[in-house]
Every structure is written in C-alpha cells, then in structure tokens.
Ligand binder design. Structure first.
Ligand code: KG4
Ligand code: ZN
Length: 346
C-alpha cells in the first residue's frame, strides 16, 4: 500500500520459494495455486499493517503483465472484484515499469535515465524520460534500447546454479559463494552480438559452464552436493562453503564476473548513447553484490541508483508506486482489462 506514489504504508510479500525450490524452478501450475491461496491473507495483512480500511483507498493497482498468465489472472480477478465492490478505479501496471518505480518512487533520480531491469524474466535496457517535456504531465515515457536474445540474467544464474547442484533460486547463493572465489580464474569469452550491439545473450555462457563441468568431471561433487541439500535445504554459510570446493568457487566467481561485466558495460554504453543523466538498476539481480559494487565504477561518473533490497525482488509496493502517475492522469482501466503474458513496456 503506497501513499502519493512514494510513501510505503505496507509491503507484504508471500514467498513461494519453498514450494518451487523442490522442483529447481518455478512450476506455473503451483504458482497460480499459491497465488490463489495467498491473495486474501496478504491483502488483509497489508490493510492491517497500514491501519487502513477499504474506505481509505483511492485506487487499486494491478499487474497486467508480463508474467505467468495463471498468476496474473489471480491478481487481475481479485483486483477487479475489490475495485468493483468498493467503487475504486482500477489501474493496470506493467511489471517492468513496477521494477523501475522501485527506484524512481524512492529516490531523486535525474532524468533522462538509463534503466536496466535484470530479473528472472528480463534483461532489458530502457531510456526513461518524463512523459511531457514541455507540459507538466505526470508520468514517464520508455524506449527499449536492448534486451536479452535468450536467457535473462537471473535465469542464467538460476540455470548455472541448478547445473552445479545448488537449489533454486540460484542467484542469491551464487552471489554469496562468489565472494570466496577468484573472478579471474576462468576466462569466459562471449560471442559477439550481431544486429543490435546493446542486446544481451547468456545462453552461450551457460553452455560454457556446462562444458567446464564436463571437462573437469564434476559429476560426483555435484551429486554429493544435491544429496547434502536434500538433507539440509537451508545450510549455513560455513556448510555452503564446505560443500563447495575452491575450484568450484572460482568457477562461480568467474561466471558472476562475466555476467556483471556484460550488464554494466552495456548499461554504460547505452547511457552515453542517449545522453542519460543517471543509471537505474532494478529487478531481482540488482541485489547482486558484485553488480552493486561494479556499476558505479563502470558508469563514467554518472550516478547509479539501486532499489532497496526489499524492493529489488518482486513486490506489490512498486506496482502501486508505478500506478500513481497514471492515477494523476486518470488513466483507469475498464472491466475488460486482460492479463497479458508477454506485455511489453515499449
Ligand atoms: O525480480 P524477481 O524477484 O522476479 C522476476 O521478475 O523474475 O527476480 C528473481 C531473480 C531470480 O532469477 C534470482 O536468482 C535473481 O533474481 N536474484 C539474484 C540475486 N538475488 C535474486 N541474482 C544474482 N544475485 C543475487 N543476489
Ligand atoms: Zn520481477
């Protein structure tokens, strides 16, 4: 629940990691079922946390896409129902716009900005400008400058973690273990991009890690790690380190270093191209500690903004924040609003 587009009165997140962790990735059927189970208690808790009632609200914001359509539909149906019952306008928000507003709504970001949204589903570069350069019209305009051609950065972290026998999601654990490895131990070379030089590709890197694992015959180590994790699904850092030999830590650190280099390099190049006054990094991968420390140096003096950790991964506060300029413009949706799995922002 967000007041005036920036003040977070309540933020409640229902994690599904325990549900999907067992399967090594998100299972769409289970995701929609869990959404259905969680949505009423989560909304109730948000109202209670903010000490508000339905009567205090001005509008209902809902994610209309992109994402898993089953999960989107749960949110959409619920949002329409409560908006209708309580006589509130319904505002559709793009999930990616939400990630960008996790930063714009909380910090003074000089515009135009270059926004890099890096999550499990996206690795997208956008130019962000005020909606009306001459008028005072609230809101923003977005232009897509580059995107991943295959895997998203978070997906690459998750897939590499899975192939090395770590649990899901892989990003946070690889991030922790990379701190204990040498990022220059393994030199991965990425294929040159044909076409748009601002596009990303991570599937070759994933294959290179796979080749490395095969060449080093790491099968037994990986099987042992999987067995250990079945017994203790939430190990301590010491236990993580015990089950990850130094050569594997080096591999993880080198993989992470390669991904981070790609991200910060293209963010800096595209920022220069569009004359951006700042760089915004958002989405789950924006939690990555190597990315957080590398980005300011790579930005050639431009200020770099990250969301708080709580607003980096998926949350509803960023959706409510992104809805505010639309609320000011009275950009309301009709009851025929549809969930769109591959909705694009620009
Ligand atoms: O934005 P998000 O919560 O959900 C999507 O919209 O996808 O992002 C989740 C993704 C996962 O792929 C996860 O592995 C990755 O963000 N992630 C990280 C870190 N924390 C989360 N990747 C690298 N380092 C991290 N510290
Ligand atoms: Zn997301």
């Amino acid at each position: 629940m967000v007041e005036n587009g920036s003040r977070i009165l309540a933020s409640v997140v229902a994690s599904q990691l325990d549900t999907h962790g067992k399967y090594g990735g998100v299972v769409p059927e289970l995701a929609s079922r869990e959404h259905l189970r969680a949505i009423v208690p989560v909304v109730r808790e948000a109202l209670a946390q903010a000490s508000t009632s339905w009567a205090d609200l001005s509008a209902i914001a809902v994610t209309s896409g992109p994402g898993l359509v089953g999960s989107l539909l749960v949110g959409m149906t619920f949002a329409k129902a409560v908006a209708l019952v309580h006589g509130l306008p319904l505002i559709a928000v793009n999930h990616i716009e939400g990630h960008i507003h996790a930063v714009l709504s909380q910090q003074e970001v000089p515009l135009p900005a270059l926004a890099l949204v890096v999550s499990g589903g996206h690795t997208h570069l956008y130019e962000v400008r005020p909606a009306g350069a001459e008028s005072d019209e609230p809101g923003y305009r977005y232009r897509l400058l580059g995107r991943t051609r295959d895997d998203a950065a978070g997906e690459a972290f998750d897939k590499v973690a899975k192939l090395l026998g770590f649990g899901y999601p892989g990003g946070p654990i690889l991030d922790r273990l990379a701190a204990y490895g040498d990022p220059h131990a393994v030199r991965f070379t990425l294929a040159k991009m044909k076409g748009n030089p601002l596009d990303f590709s991570f599937s070759g890197l994933k294959t290179a890690v796979l080749r490395w694992v095969e060449a080093r015959e790491m099968g037994a180590e990986i099987a042992q790690r999987k067995a250990l994790l079945r017994e203790r699904p939430h190990p301590s850092l010491e236990e993580w380190l015990q089950m990850t030999p130094p050569a594997t830590r080096d591999l993880i650190a080198s993989f992470q270093h390669t991904v981070v280099e790609e991200l910060v390099r293209r963010a800096a190049v595209s920022a220069a191209q569009v004359g951006a006054a700042s760089i915004v990094l958002s989405g789950g991968v924006a939690c990555n500690s190597a990315l957080r420390s590398a980005a300011p140096d790579a930005a050639h003096g431009l200020p770099v903004f990250f969301p708080s950790s709580a607003l980096s991964t998926d949350n509803a506060a960023m959706i409510a924040a992104a809805a505010f300029p639309k609320f000011e413009r009275r950009e309301y949706s009709g009851w025929d609003l549809k969930a769109e799995a591959s909705l694009s922002l620009a």
